[in-house]
Design a protein around this ligand. Structure first.
Ligand code: CU
Ligand code: CU
Ligand code: CU
Length: 370
């Protein structure tokens, strides 16, 4: 009598343990998640001596990181605090049975007017490196006003190589146009030519090094938000694993990776070659700040333990180093929506410097110009 009873209890305990462990697998059950986002008029410092007026999601460029699990039920309330209309398109999501949340003005919704609020509700039905952007007058709003941000949806079934990743790295490439940067409502004409380029909203040297250690396995998520990119990392080949969030049937090795406009490409880079390595957009025009080189879409991978030579361009970076500039730290946090202080713009009103300069331009014969 006793033996079968013990067996039954053991079996029951085992069953409970198995079910419990299944429930603990990340992403194995969907959650309802609510977020709140604003759109704000701020001025962004993109490069030395270059600032652009932007419409920043939560006042920043890129917009806040949205990190959720496949299958999550999302409700995102958006407040338009600016003087023009906007929407948000969740680029990559299928919007199955929720097409009215696709964020296209006059097609799936009326644009969100100044002072208005709109609630998006949809299931994160496609995993991978997705993003979001405004879909009103995209040539300006997405093209030169910073209206884009990352949305990472963790897959229910990650591939084997994804499980090896020690550092997630998000790099969003964009172009800027100084001719229209100071005036909302301008920009995006087919003949406009960008003259500044950036990674995560900052041109070299205002962006940050990526600090790694030997043995790290990086997953670099490349986003061509408003500038196409030929991404090149010196000293390493990278394994291209995903395109637009979709796992490739045959991942391939490369040392220059094309990322067409709007696309995302995920690559795996094994940190097996200690040193200090540049990585950059290989479209040469994208590596200057309005003609001044080096600049634009350039940054440096620094291995731990490599000494700073006194001629190294970023030898003084320690004081201002931001370990989360590529959202590596934020990606380790629980699912959620996260702002990043280093991406914030400044309120437009705060520019006493400019006002003073304008006053000085009024001809005053007795005042020396310099
Ligand atoms: Cu917009
Ligand atoms: Cu899009
Ligand atoms: Cu190079």
């Amino acid at each position: 009598m006793k033996v079968p009873a013990i067996c039954t209890r053991a079996l029951l305990d085992l069953a409970v343990a198995v079910i419990g462990s299944l429930l603990l697998v990340p992403g194995s059950h969907a959650e309802f998640r609510q977020f709140e986002m604003t759109i704000e008029e701020v001025e962004l410092e993109v490069a030395p001596n270059f600032r652009a007026k932007v419409w920043g999601f939560n006042g920043q460029v890129p917009g806040p990181l949205l990190h959720v699990a496949e299958g999550d039920d999302l409700e995102i309330t958006v407040h338009n605090l600016t003087s023009l209309n906007h929407t948000i398109h969740w680029h990559g999501t299928y919007q199955t049975n929720s097409w009215r949340n696709d964020g296209v003005p006059n097609i799936t919704q009326k644009a969100i007017e100044p002072g208005e609020t709109f609630v998006y509700r949809f299931i994160a039905d496609k995993p991978g490196s997705l993003w979001y952007h405004c879909h009103v007058n995209v040539a300006e709003h997405l093209g030169v006003r910073g209206m884009w941000g990352p949305m990472i949806v963790d897959p229910k079934d990650p591939s084997e190589i994804e499980k090896e990743v020690t550092k997630d790295v998000i790099m969003m490439f964009s172009g800027w146009d100084s001719d229209v940067a100071k005036e909302y409502g301008k920009g995006g004409h087919p003949r406009d030519i960008p003259d500044y380029y950036s990674i995560n909203g900052k041109a070299f040297p205002l962006n940050q090094p990526l600090r790694v250690k030997e043995g790290d396995v990086l997953r670099i998520r490349l986003f061509s938000a408003s500038s196409e990119t030929a991404y090149h990392l010196h000293g390493h080949d990278v394994l291209v694993t995903h395109k637009d969030g979709l796992p490739l049937d045959s991942p391939y090795w490369a040392d220059v990776v094309d990322v067409p406009m709007g696309a995302r490409v995920d690559v795996i880079a094994r940190m097996n070659n200690p040193g200090r390595w540049i990585n950059h957009d290989h479209i040469e025009q994208h590596t200057s700040n309005s003609g001044k080189m080096p600049g634009g879409a350039v940054m440096i991978v620094e291995y731990e333990g490599i000494e700073n030579d006194d001629w190294y361009v970023w030898k003084d970076k320690d004081a201002s180093y931001d370990p989360d500039f590529y959202l590596t730290e934020t990606m380790k946090k629980p699912y959620g929506m996260y702002d990043h202080a280093g991406y914030k713009g400044q309120p437009i009103e705060q520019k006493p410097g400019n006002k003073k300069k304008k006053k000085k331009k009024i001809p005053q014969p007795e005042t020396p110009a310099e």
